[in-house]
Design a protein around this ligand. Structure first.
Ligand code: ZN
Length: 264
C-alpha cells in the first residue's frame, strides 16, 4: 500500500512530465471519474500537489483532478499515450503524444474532477498540516501536543493532527526520537517535542529518497521494503541501538513496534 513517501515519490516523478502540458483527450476505464472525459480536454496542467496521500493535479480553469492511489494504484507518465497497459483506469493524452496513466490492477484507485477551492477547503477541514510542508513546525507540534492526552503513537496516526503519517513511519520516528509510543503527548518536554519533530521530517525525507530510487520504471511500484527499518516489523529481534528485544503491542487496533530500552 503506498504510504506518504511513495505518494510523494509519485508526485516528484510526475511533475517534470506533466506541469505546463495541455491535455488533448482523456479516457476513463472503471474508476468513477465522472465528467473527466468531457471536461478536461483543452485544459493545461498547472501543478501537481500532494496533501497527505491525496494527489492534486491542478488544471487551468480552477479545477483539480483529485487522485487517491488507495491500496495498489500508481500514477505515472508514459512517452506515448497509446502504450497504456491493460490495468490503466484513466489515461490523459497530452499535446505531443505523451500520456499520464492512473493504473490499478484492483480498480480501487480513484480520480475525480472537482473545483480547486472546494477540494482545498475539504482537505483543510479533514487533515492536519502536511509533515513535509512549512506549516509543520516544532512550535505547531508543541501546541497541538499540549491540547491532547492521546498516547504519542495514536496522536501521530490521527489524520486530523498530521496528514498522511502511516503506521511504519510513526513507529520509526518514535524510535529515532526515543519516545515511548504510550506516552501521553501533553506530558512530553519541549526538548522531546523538538526531537520528535526532527525525527518525523528526517525519516520521511529518507523514505522519500528510498521510494524514488525504488522506482525501476513507469508502473514499477516497489513499496518501502528497501528503507531500513529500526523497529517496524521486527518483534523479538535485538534493537540496533541498544540491544534490547523489540516489542509489539496493539494500540488503536494496530501493531506498534518499539524498543523498551531506547523508548522510555
Ligand atoms: Zn533500543
Amino acid at each position: 500500500m503506498p504510504e506518504l513517501p511513495e505518494v510523494e515519490a509519485v508526485c516528484r516523478k510526475l511533475r517534470p512530465a506533466a506541469v505546463g502540458r495541455r491535455i488533448e483527450s482523456a479516457s476513463v476505464i472503471r474508476c468513477g471519474g465522472l465528467g473527466i472525459e468531457e471536461a478536461v480536454p483543452g485544459r493545461s496542467i498547472e501543478a501537481v500537489d500532494r496533501v497527505g496521500k491525496h494527489i492534486l493535479i491542478r488544471l487551468s480553469g480552477a479545477v483539480t483532478l483529485h487522485t487517491h492511489l488507495r491500496m495498489s494504484g500508481n500514477l505515472f507518465a508514459i512517452p506515448d499515450h497509446r502504450l497504456r497497459g491493460h490495468r490503466a483506469r484513466v489515461v490523459l493524452c497530452l499535446r505531443g503524444g505523451t500520456g499520464i496513466v492512473l493504473e490499478d490492477p484492483r480498480a480501487l484507485a480513484r480520480m475525480e474532477l472537482v473545483e480547486t477551492a472546494a477540494i482545498d477547503a475539504r482537505l483543510r477541514r479533514q487533515l492536519g498540516p502536511e509533515p513535509l510542508s512549512p506549516l509543520f513546525t516544532p512550535a505547531w507540534l508543541g501546541t497541538e501536543a499540549r491540547s491532547s492526552r492521546q498516547p504519542a503513537k495514536l496522536f501521530l496516526m490521527d489524520q486530523g493532527r498530521v496528514a498522511g503519517l502511516g503506521n511504519i513511519y510513526v513507529a520509526e520516528a518514535l524510535h529515532r526520537a526515543r519516545v515511548n509510543p504510550r506516552r501521553p503527548v501533553n506530558r512530553m518536554s519541549p526538548a522531546r517535542i523538538l526531537s520528535l519533530h526532527g525525527a518525523i521530517v528526517a525519516i520521511l525525507e529518507d523514505a522519500v529518497q528510498s521510494a524514488i530510487s525504488a522506482y525501476a520504471g513507469p508502473g514499477e511500484f516497489v513499496e518501502a521494503e528497501t528503507f531500513p527499518l529500526a523497529v517496524y516489523g521486527r518483534e523479538g529481534e535485538p534493537c540496533g541501538a541498544c540491544g534490547r528485544t523489540i516489542r509489539r503491542i496493539v494500540q488503536g487496533g494496530r501493531s506498534t513496534y518499539y524498543c523498551p530500552g531506547c523508548q522510555k
